[in-house]
Ligand binder design. Structure first.
Ligand SMILES: O=C(O)C1=C[C@@H](OP(=O)(O)O)[C@@H](O)[C@H](O)C1
Ligand SMILES: C=C(OP(=O)(O)O)C(=O)O
Length: 419
């Protein structure tokens, strides 16, 4: 696909795709409890589809209803589950299926098999669960002798390990202080997302700097409403802010959201480029200061921050970038490669990647298969008004299947060709 931009401006309305962090948690949880749950709306992204696949393999029937899916559980342990490329589904399904005492083979895509899982295996092993390698980088889990007990959390590469253990304790009946933090986990706000979902499912959950406490029982809320995804909208919202004369109205976002990636919208608000019209976020083009992103706290904003850096003289600083190496691609390498292809000025020093606009390139090629990297290339190409060849555009479906369709609708004549 070749995108060719002609004085691009973004204008119109955008409905935020629903948050996959919320929908995946709600779908998985719904499969392991009594009673039906309508999870709505869903975006139909690949990560959500693999979560639905796990739920189906575990006995649920799932049917579309309006813009959501109705999950009717009838839990039985699956012999195997496919987790695709989704870190969230893989890690959260592990805690959930362990709580249910399952013996199960995990299968998925090679990029996921290379991502860290160690702390989670250790934590579950302390609760009587055993693991054996299958030879393809994935594991067989045997939880037939599961015996839940609280764990201490230190030195881990993903907040999803903590989220997984929260589902484990929620479903296995352990209550009180279930996790003690010896160190603050990374991407901590995603732990709060898990707590919010569990609260919607009837539990009392407290997350503090010291650990996680849980009380009560898990039950279906009947309907689980999924809020808009701040990580997904960050691409179109950033592009809007970078293009003078643009104005986009975004609906479907929760203004009070705990999603960490709402930090990008807060930054635009501070720069006067985003305001709320009741529940609608109105973003316009203009100039901002440089952006600074703490990748340990908001890892999924790093690619879009890099695109902002590539497009502006004020540039971007990405701090604490180490864990970006363990995403769908090595996002440190992907970001540096992208910046180089766009002719940006880059400096990498201890713990910080700095990127700012350099010599504008003629045409850029993107051969990444990483959804957020592909969307970041698109933002930078739009902002610099240069042609972009995307070799595998379909991969955006991991998180945001309608990304190019939404962009086309907002760009109108500003997009010269899509071949
Ligand atoms: O729990 C979640 O929904 C997520 C947690 C984050 O991962 P890490 O905790 O591994 O940083 C984030 O990058 C991912 O896209 C979604
Ligand atoms: C890292 C991501 O997701 P996950 O960890 O669920 O694969 C992402 O969506 O950028």
């Amino acid at each position: 696909m070749i995108l060719s931009f002609s004085s691009p401006r973004l204008s119109g309305s955008l409905v935020a795709p629903s948050s996959k962090s919320y929908s995946q948690r709600a779908i998985l949880l719904s499969s392991a409890i009594g009673g039906e749950t309508l999870v709505t709306p869903v975006s139909g992204c690949d990560d959500e589809i693999v979560s639905e696949g796990v739920a189906r393999a575990a006995g649920s029937s799932i049917r579309e209803e309006g813009s959501g899916v109705r999950i009717t559980p009838d839990f039985r342990c699956p012999g195997s589950v496919y987790v695709g490329e989704s870190g969230t589904t893989y890690r959260l399904a592990m805690g959930l299926l362990a709580a249910m005492g399952c013996t199960v083979d995990f299968n998925g895509e090679p990029s996921l098999s290379r991502r860290p899982i160690g702390w989670l295996l250790e934590a579950l092993s302390r609760c009587g669960v055993s693991f054996s390698p299958k030879g393809d980088g994935f594991l067989r889990m045997d939880a037939s002798r599961v015996l839940p007990s609280p764990v201490d959390a230190a030195a881990m590469e993903s907040s999803q390990f903590v989220s997984s253990m929260m589902l484990f304790y929620a479903l296995s009946g352990q209550r009180g202080t279930v996790i003690r933090f010896l160190e603050r986990p990374p991407s901590m706000e995603y732990v709060e997302v898990t707590a919010e979902v569990l609260r919607s499912f009837g539990m009392r959950v407290g997350v503090t700097g010291k650990g996680v406490e849980m009380h009560g029982d898990v039950r279906s809320p009947g309907t689980f409403h999924v809020e808009g995804d701040y990580s997904s909208v960050s691409f179109i919202v950033s592009a809007t802010s970078l293009l003078d004369g643009s104005e986009v109205r975004v609906s479907g976002l929760n203004r009070q959201s705990v999603q960490p990636d709402s930090a990008l919208v807060r930054w635009l608000e501070r720069n006067g480029l985003a305001v709320w019209d009741r529940d609608v976020l109105v973003v316009s083009g203009g100039s901002t200061g440089g952006i600074e992103v703490d990748a340990d706290r908001t890892p999924d904003l790093a690619p879009v921050a890099a695109a902002i850096g590539i497009s502006t003289v004020e540039g971007a600083r990405i701090l604490n970038y180490g864990r970006l190496r363990y995403k769908e691609s090595d996002r440190v390498a992907s970001i540096l490669d992208m910046a180089r292809r766009f002719g940006a000025r880059v400096d990498v020093s201890d713990g910080c990647i700095s990127i700012r606009r350099g010599e504008k390139p003629g045409r850029v090629a993107c051969d990444s298969r990483d959804h957020r990297i592909i969307m970041a290339y698109t933002v930078a190409a739009m902002a610099l008004s240069c042609d972009l060849e995307i070799r595998e555009p379909g991969h955006v479906a991991k998180s945001y299947p309608s990304f190019f369709g939404d962009l086309r609708a907002l760009l109108g004549n500003g997009l010269r060709t899509i071949l």
